[in-house]
Write a protein that binds this ligand. Structure first.
Ligand SMILES: [Ca+2]
Length: 128
């Protein structure tokens, strides 16, 4: 069935209305950080693959936990630096489902290079 010009105009209006939803309500819980970006997003916790916030990674919106960094997140056992750009205390965990010795990431803090025995082992993160 062909879409008439009137229907297409209606769709355009609908799309405009949808775009007026506040960005916070529509933003995803996890954002992939491109390799060219070293900053974190406000109110997010960011994991980077390399030291100095390099190599890309993931940003998690404060208020959300990730029980496993494997799969489509592609961040399991890869984190080497992090930024907590939120006002919440977060922890990262060496094992999935928040297991293992939790390491604290204080609110509004960052570590450009984790300790050698903490490198490339993070498998989960949560508020803590
Ligand atoms: Ca691990």
């Amino acid at each position: 069935m062909a879409i008439s010009r009137a229907s297409a105009a209606g769709l355009a209006v609908a799309a405009t209305v949808f775009a007026c939803v506040p960005a916070a309500a529509a933003s995803p819980e996890v954002i992939h950080i491109p390799a060219t970006q070293t900053t974190c997003f406000p109110k997010h916790i960011c994991f980077y693959r390399d030291a100095g916030f390099l190599g890309g990674g993931i940003a998690v919106r404060a208020g959300f936990d990730l029980n496993n960094l494997a799969g489509s997140l592609d961040m399991d056992n890869q984190m080497t630096s992090w930024r907590n750009a939120s006002t919440e205390r977060y922890c990262w965990h060496p094992d999935p489902h928040f297991a293992g010795l939790a390491r604290v990431m204080r609110a509004e803090s960052e570590v450009a290079l984790v300790a050698a025995d903490e490198n490339d082992i993070a498998s989960a993160m949560s508020s803590c």
